[in-house]
Design a protein around this ligand. Structure first.
Ligand SMILES: Cc1cc2nc3c(=O)[nH]c(=O)nc-3n(C[C@H](O)[C@H](O)[C@H](O)COP(=O)(O)O)c2cc1C
Length: 462
């Protein structure tokens, strides 16, 4: 990095521009926005610049100048306690520009010479101005065109009233800090605000609505925190039976259930074989209907097969997106798999010949799937306890996967499991963090004696 960007408070500071043309005008307009008081020295000053200088509270010296007279002017200013924080040369006369440079250096003043990068202490960046949010772009004068192209790109990306979001978030910061004291939780909450429906409401100018959504989210977040604390407390305080685990052991069980996450971001650290086998053995401890143990696992070790699987998932991802109609764009932004990044890729499948197992399946044949799901959940929990991430991917056409894996008729692939090291575990389900959906409390799922129609109904995707 050739120069370091610093955002400078310039309100009421004084600046001297030498030159009265177009470049001087552009610089003066930019500085006026920052509240700078601008003086101009130039034999000729264009009218618009005169207006800008007047508005800034500065003055114009419409005279010829040389280094001696410049020095004198600055010294007078210093005497009058009006130090210039910066001087700018914006003339097409190289000798004058150099005068300005030397004069600034002599008086320890920052200098910018518009036409000569080598005579600049400071450069003017291209600015994307979004109210309270400012983005400055510079490539140290190497290519002004490239700077402009990048500026246009950024302008297209950042909504006009992005600054309003900064103001909104700035206002609620202290309150959120008080309500969510845990730093990691708070950061993840604030990120969800910056990316989700609260931000959308602010961008469309609906500040009241944004406030309401924020309140609802805060209420949910704080209830979840209280519930988690209560669970921990009840584990410790409850009386134990003769067969119960110790409070510490119980606490670990609930902790792993609460902190297990479906992971889709992996780093490329290879998974230790012992840990991998231990996760598989956790699957094999699962309960199963009639002890049929209907789980089969295909470990993928060939890169080309992994890529074929990725291809099949990518195809289904597009079809799922199309089926989601107006939520298509939103869905496509979600990361729904980590197939190419995870350390180990495993396909969990049901075997052929399942019809021979009648115990517990005569009326409910899907109990084989339920049993395999128990095995997968065991893997998820074991992986989390080992500090390893696992993600369950179901976005695929089973027939395509059967072809790729050469699976026999009657067998059925159920899950693509991505297993591997992660940089961090998501604080909450990704679909919550991404504002795809919301979670419901246990009470909504719990009926008494008979079915409560309408209670606990899930949101649909669309
Ligand atoms: C049967 C099943 C299939 C799933 N399939 C996918 C999938 O294809 N892609 C994905 O991103 N997440 C998938 N998930 C993960 C869920 O979205 C995730 O479990 C849910 O949002 C809750 O998050 P959590 O597991 O971190 O608590 C699946 C989960 C289950 C149980």
């Amino acid at each position: 990095m050739n120069s370091f960007p610093l955002f400078h408070q310039l309100n009421n500071k004084h600046c001297l521009i030498v030159g009265g043309g177009q470049v001087a005008l552009r610089r003066a307009q930019a500085l006026l926005k920052a509240g700078v008081c601008i003086d101009v020295v130039s034999p000729v000053v264009r009218e618009q610049l005169v207006d800008v200088v007047k508005e800034s509270g500065g003055n114009i010296d419409e005279s010829y100048f040389d280094e001696i007279s410049l020095n004198k002017k600055i010294e007078n200013k210093i005497l009058a306690n009006q130090n210039y924080f910066m001087m700018m040369a914006a003339t097409d006369d190289t000798a004058v520009n150099r005068h300005v440079y030397h004069c600034a250096k002599k008086n320890n003043i920052l200098v910018n010479v518009a036409s000569d990068q080598s005579l600049c202490d400071v450069v003017f960046p291209a600015i994307v101005d979004r109210g309270a949010t400012t983005i400055a772009i510079s490539n140290n004068g190497l290519s002004p065109v490239l700077t402009r192209v990048l500026k246009e790109k950024i302008e297209r990306l950042i909504p006009d009233n992005y600054g309003d979001l900064a103001v909104f978030m700035g206002k609620c910061r202290a309150k959120i800090k008080k309500l969510i004291p845990n730093t990691r939780k708070r950061v993840s909450f604030l990120e969800s605000i910056a990316k989700g429906s609260v931000a959308e409401a602010v961008f469309s100018g609906k500040i009241d609505e944004a406030e309401k959504i924020l309140q609802a989210k805060l209420a949910q977040e704080t209830t979840e925190n209280i519930a988690a604390e209560e669970t921990q407390q009840s584990i410790i305080e409850d009386p134990t039976t003769d067969f119960s685990y110790t409070a510490e052991e119980k606490s670990a069980i609930y902790k792993v259930m609460a902190e297990r996450r479906d992971m889709r971001h992996f780093n490329n650290k290879p998974l230790d074989e012992k840990i991998f086998k231990s996760i598989l053995s956790a699957a094999h401890m699962a309960p199963s209907v009639g002890l049929m143990q209907p789980w089969r696992f295909v470990r993928i070790t060939h890169q080309n097969i992994r890529e074929d699987i990725f291809g099949a998932v990518s195809e289904e991802r597009k079809l799922t997106a199309d089926a989601l109609d107006e939520r298509k764009g939103e869905f496509l932004k979600l990361k729904v798999e980590g197939i190419l990044q995870c350390g180990e890729l495993v396909i969990a499948a049901l075997p052929e010949g399942r019809e021979q197992h009648v115990f517990g399946r005569r009326t409910l044949p899907e109990m084989d799937l339920a049993s395999l799901s128990c095995a997968i959940q065991n893997m998820w929990l074991a992986a989390r306890a080992e500090g390893i991430g696992m993600g369950w991917v179901s976005l695929f056409d089973p027939k395509k996967l059967m072809e790729i894996l050469n699976m026999p008729k009657g067998s059925w692939p159920i899950a693509i499991l991505c297993i591997g090291h992660v940089d961090e575990f998501y604080e909450k389900p990704m679909l919550l963090l991404e504002n795809w959906t919301t979670e419901k409390p246990l009470e909504d799922m719990l009926f008494e004696n008979t079915w409560h129609s309408g209670k606990g109904q899930n949101d649909t995707d669309d």
